[in-house]
Design a protein around this ligand. Structure first.
Ligand code: GDP
Length: 295
């Protein structure tokens, strides 16, 4: 991921370093290249504009260009601003101090929701939690089966109810089941549709009201670029997310969504999916990603 963006930015900064003294014209031409590289990586235009403006302001102020190592200073500013765009620090996940913690996983079909439910269960099982995987996608029996198979694979208990039960009932009963069995993390996989509609949002809202989850995660495919950001915006406005999990960042993605989601929605990215395997889930560290992009 981000190979294209990383390559272009590194090339721009190599040129800048080679110059020694920097003029405002040098800075502007470098910033033009940075702007283009970000747009090509599918970062949202308003995010790019604000980002470039911040870097220009900071570089022109505080005597950066007159310093002994102007290029290095500019690169440092870019690094800081890139990290800030993505949310500065790693966002922590909320856990209930008494009783089970509930994660509600929402998103459109095909985004990687069910796979991510399995990944989260494995991630927290490794940390000593006792997760329960809950299938609440009542519209797609195949999705229920898929989650059951994943649960078996990682040896995590699985919860579903027979046909005819509503997602709200399933969610409620799953939380009760966790109480009576001593599970401390309930991960609920909900139905995804092909597009956002009122019925989907209403149902999710009812589930949210019924079980008051500590985390409402939107699972969204990073490969769809700007659309991922728009989807995140809609879900956040309708439902109040606590975090976004971007999937398929291992694929041929330009990565713009990772740089745009936080700024556009105000909602942090908490994990990224980096493969189909169940251990391919990483907490999202803005500073590490910025360092990787800048080389
Ligand atoms: P859902 O409809 O949202 O539940 O999506 P699924 O969990 O069924 O995932 C859809 C497809 O995306 C499956 O083929 C998954 O293996 C794949 N997938 C999910 N997450 C990732 C990821 O991080 N990287 C890659 N390469 N594939 C993923």
């Amino acid at each position: 991921m981000f190979e294209g963006l990383a390559e272009k930015l590194q090339e721009t900064f190599k040129k800048l370093r080679g110059k020694g003294k920097l003029t405002e014209k040098d800075l502007n031409s470098a910033l033009r290249e940075v702007r283009l590289a970000l747009l090509e990586a599918d970062v949202s235009l308003p995010v790019v504009k604000e980002f470039i403006q911040r870097i220009r302001e900071r570089s022109l102020g505080a005597d950066v260009l007159d310093s002994f190592t102007p290029a290095q200073q500019v690169i440092k500013i870019v690094n800081e601003e890139l990290t800030a765009v993505m949310g500065d620090t790693k966002s922590s996940v909320e856990f209930n101090s008494s009783g089970a913690t509930v994660f509600l996983l929402v998103g459109l079909q095909g985004g990687g929701k069910t796979t991510t439910a399995g990944k989260l269960a494995l991630h927290y099982k490794k940390q000593g939690k006792q997760p329960l995987l809950v299938a609440a996608d009542v519209y797609r029996p195949a999705a229920i089966k898929q989650l059951e198979v994943l649960a078996k694979q990682i040896d995590v208990p699985f919860f579903a109810l027979e046909e005819g039960n509503s997602p709200v009932t399933i969610a409620r009963q799953a939380v009760e089941h966790s109480r009576s069995h001593g599970y401390d993390l309930v991960i609920i996989d909900t139905a995804g549709r092909l597009h956002i509609d009122e019925k989907l949002m209403e149902e999710l809202q009812q589930m949210k009201d019924a079980v008051t989850p500590q985390e409402v995660f939107l699972i969204v495919d990073a490969m769809i670029g700007q659309d991922a950001v728009n989807i995140a915006k809609s879900f956040h406005e309708e439902l109040g997310l606590t975090g976004v999990i971007l999937t398929k960042l291992d694929g041929d993605t330009r990565g713009g969504a990772a740089l745009s989601v936080r700024k556009v929605t105000g909602c942090p990215i908490k994990f990224i999916g980096t493969g189909e395997k169940l251990d391919a889930l990483d907490p999202f560290y803005p500073d590490r990603l910025a360092a990787r992009i800048l080389g």
